[in-house]
Design a binder for this molecule. Sequence first.
Ligand SMILES: NC(=O)c1ccc[n+]([C@@H]2O[C@H](COP(=O)([O-])OP(=O)(O)OC[C@H]3O[C@@H](n4cnc5c(N)ncnc54)[C@H](O)[C@@H]3O)[C@@H](O)[C@H]2O)c1
Length: 253
Amino acid sequence: MATSLNDQVVLVTGAARGMGAEHVRGLVARGARVLATDVLDDEGEALAASLGDRVTYTHLEVTDESQWRGALALAESRYGPVSHLVNNAGVVTFGSVETMEPAVFRRTLDINLTGCWLGMHVVIPSIKRAGGGSIVNIASTAGLQGYANLGAYVASKWGLRGLTKTAALELGRDNIRVNLIHPGPIRTPMIAGLGDELAATQPINRIGEPSEVTAMLLFLLTEATYSTGHEFIIDGGAVIGQALDVIKAQGDR
Ligand SMILES: NC(=O)c1ccc[n+]([C@@H]2O[C@H](COP(=O)([O-])OP(=O)(O)OC[C@H]3O[C@@H](n4cnc5c(N)ncnc54)[C@H](O)[C@@H]3O)[C@@H](O)[C@H]2O)c1
């Protein structure tokens, strides 16, 4: 029942670097044709040039509906209807609930949450024209718990969970699956300088590699034919609990 990616068209946001770029490489290796999009045009063009004519790069600011429509038109004219959308673009912003500027909070939600909604809103008709396919939204372990000083990021990623389940409910009959990935700390520019400390208390106490997330993405696009509306965690065990030194054999009571 697994779906092949051979010659299927995939649109990836935030694809110029980090996890998005690794997703593009993984998709091309599996035979897909990819519209790679980002706002970092030099990096995006360089990635596409390194991968040949199965990848086209175009500028796409995910908060801009007209740019979404332009990107979709380009994908369709070059490759045909889009079968899969990967909503990967995101930003992290720091500040407490008390001190963060309201404009920063709004901008974070605009990119991380509204940007994913806009992408689905614009691309769903193309996936229907392709006869079905799937959408993968990228959240975070910050979508499973709170983190002090990351309120905007946390709110955006929790919101994405509800949006994913809603879209899955709406699209199941159209043969479109919608799933979500929660990465833990992954070695990308987003967490440069933070990762080692973030991973120190995890059962698998190292930073994850982008390729480990790409493996899950490829599974969700191809093999996970009976999964929709669900959440898949790749975090080295970060959110399973705490190994507290104070809890050890002491005599039952
Ligand atoms: N790196 C981690 O540890 C980690 C952990 C959990 C979740 N995530 C999520 O994974 C996704 C990818 O992040 P990454 O770690 O590869 O980070 P990254 O910063 O390397 O890549 C993010 C990409 O998104 C692009 N982008 C940012 N704002 C955009 C906008 N308005 N329009 C279009 N593109 C935009 C950036 O230019 C960049 O290329 C993000 O959604 C992030 O929140 C990352």
